[in-house]
Design a protein around this ligand. Structure first.
Ligand code: MLT
Length: 309
């Protein structure tokens, strides 16, 4: 029996360490989700998965690097709603296309968006916050993780619902942005729940609302945006693994099987759920389902975001 080199590669894969690029700073939501899931995937695959945080340009610097990496299954990226959807209409000169330059591997987690503020920001609820931001538009600032990041795009959506244009303060990820919010250096942020649960429970920041139809079980006291008087603001992000285009299908299948196994693991599920993530049901975990999600998310964000130069 003669195997082609691609078949031989897929059968043996993986024979060495795998690099997982995370396009934002360590300690932020994408990093945390990637570490929880790849920790388990590494056991399944029998190889170490090294997380490499590559920051800049709202995650698009790292995503460009991943698109150009060897398509042999040894360099992967944990991308998200920003890097693999909203960045397409936002950056007309984007150096990659999420559909043309990547093989979808698997969805890791849905991440509801919360409206958060520094602990001592005067408004005590979302109605007061709305009035406050409108009255102080030129003074308040909103932290985000760079143009095209989830925090940026979600707060742009919130700001358009409120009809305000506050000052944006960019960071290399919402990990460092959260540190600034806790320290009272910035006023508010629209962030993925994973980053916020420990801080809300620790009382170091305020949460005005979660932008999903239902309350999140990890934060039962935080109202939905509809309950808090702003039903028009609905936002949930997602994080997922992608491989460079042309990665052999058998390699993608092995990686996807490792994702699925991780998402079925009791400890992985517990950690993701404690942080408020939505664990994708089986039907949403296939590479095909992720490809469909990317397409629909690009279509969803195209009329919403305005291109930057
Ligand atoms: C991060 O990990 O820092 C976030 O996913 C950034 C964001 O997109 O808001």
């Amino acid at each position: 029996l003669v195997l082609s080199s691609t078949q031989a590669l897929a059968q043996a894969y993986p024979t060495r360490n795998i690099t997982m690029i995370v396009p934002f700073a360590a300690g932020g939501p994408t990093d945390v989700i990637a570490r929880i899931v790849t920790g388990h995937m590494a056991q399944t695959l029998g190889q170490t998965i090294i997380i490499e945080n590559v920051v800049g340009a709202g995650g698009t610097t790292a995503t460009t690097r991943a698109a150009r990496a060897a398509n042999d299954g040894y360099t992967l990226i944990t991308g998200h709603m920003g890097t693999h959807a909203a960045s397409v209409p936002l950056y007309p000169k984007l150096a990659y296309h999420p559909e043309k330059d990547f093989e979808p591997v698997g969805l890791l987690a849905g991440t509801p968006i919360l409206i958060l503020a520094r602990k001592d920001l005067p408004p005590k609820d979302l109605k007061e916050f709305t009035a406050y931001v409108k009255a102080n538009e030129t003074k308040v600032n909103a932290a985000h993780a760079g143009i095209g990041s989830v925090s940026n795009v979600s707060c742009e959506l919130l700001n358009s619902v409120l009809g305000v244009k506050p000052i944006g303060v960019p960071f290399n990820g919402t990990g460092p942005a959260m540190n600034a919010l806790v320290a009272g250096q910035v006023d508010y942020m629209c962030d993925q729940i994973v980053n916020a649960v420990p801080q809300i429970n620790g009382g170091t920041i305020k949460a005005y609302a979660v932008a999903t139809p239902e309350r999140n079980p990890s934060l039962p006291n935080v109202p939905t945006t509809a309950e808090a008087g702003l039903p028009a603001f609905q936002a949930q992000a997602w994080n997922a693994i992608f491989a460079p285009k042309g990665t052999p299908p058998d390699v993608v299948a092995k990686l996807n099987a490792a994702v699925v196994k991780a998402l079925d693991d009791e400890n992985v599920r517990k950690r993701l759920l404690e942080l408020g993530s939505v664990i994708p049901p089986a039907a949403d975990r296939t590479p095909t389902a992720l490809g469909t999600l990317v397409k629909s998310e690009i279509a969803k964000w195209t009329p919403v975001v305005k291109p930057v130069n």
